[in-house]
Design a protein around this ligand. Sequence first.
Ligand SMILES: *Cc1c(COP(=O)(O)O)cnc(C)c1O
Length: 396
Amino acid sequence: MAVPLLSLDQQNAALESQLTEAFQRVLHSGRFILGPEVENFENETAEALQVKHAIGVSSGTDAILMALMALDIGPGDEVICPSFTFFATAGCIARTGATPVFADSCPVCFNLSLKDFEKRITPRTKALIPVHLFGQAAEMEGIMELARSHNLAVIEDAAQSLGARYRERPVGTIGDFGTFSFFPSKNLGGFGDGGLLVTNDDALAATAVALRAHGASRKYFNERVGGNFRLDALQAALLRVKFPSLESYARARAGNAAYYIEKLSALPGVQQNDPALCDCPLSAQPSADPEARIILPVAYPHNTHIWNQFTLRVPSGRDALREHLQTSGIGSEIYYPRPMHRQECFANLEMDRDSLPVADRLAAESLSIPIYPELTQTQLAEVVDAIRTWLVSTQS
Ligand SMILES: *Cc1c(COP(=O)(O)O)cnc(C)c1O
């Protein structure tokens, strides 16, 4: 039986009649952009996230761009983000005319290295973008402290982490802005592009709402230059059908993660990273046993991890393992094969490209395996078996 990396059919089929009903409701309403469906979706997400303002937008990427625009970030400014992230985080900084500054990551949790973020602050720094990668919160206490002491704005890129918590607080609601994505592979996967921008700041929310419609809070009277960052009514209506299931999806993912951790950690050469070695709380330590062949991801006890990805580190032979899985009919993906500081489009940025060793290592070692909620016990066991076979057959 094949195990795809992700299978959306099952999840959506379970809700087919409600989805069809939502489609018909929009069809007959004649309101296709913003309107009551979007407003209801905004209210429902704001309440669940315990945040004052939730603004439905066209994508997770546009949510980041709008946050930067609302904070008036532009030419001459610097914004720090992790190098090991999805491109959108860095791309949006560059699109405002500001300079993206890339920081290194923690080898244990894949999130930002607080120590390296701090090192890269200059008098031109205006904002920090922590990314809650793979479904787990970055070290927000440290980031907020850093931001306060240097008077910097914080945009949480929570595209992969809707529903995750950091010390009980929903991620995305701690900084000045939080951004979410409904790209189909995220935990709340939509039916096309969509995103959400959240904030507790009334003035920033008003600015963002204006930016969403060309910077005009009153139609045809443009106070600033915005864009078309609106969410479709149809997208909102369909997302409203799936949103109540988000927690159960996360629970199923966590169950799958627990299974992998139990079964995989029993295999020779597999080890779980030691949270004590985490680079986040300002202690730089090398991670894991150099002998380890596969290193399992860690969920910190103070976090609620929503497991958007289950990402292994394979210090040697990552591509060989990926090939073996493929031959066994098991999907996997490399998130992300090239860190931002090595992207061609950023080749003009002046920086020391050898100063991000962890980002380079994670790009060379990371491999995400299927974790989606609808995986069966048989499929999970198949994944573990395939990894066992690879370990045994390639043992030196
Ligand atoms: C998916 C993602 C985005 C962009 O979201 P889109 O909705 O695809 O534009 C931004 N940042 C991260 C970390 C992501 O994973």
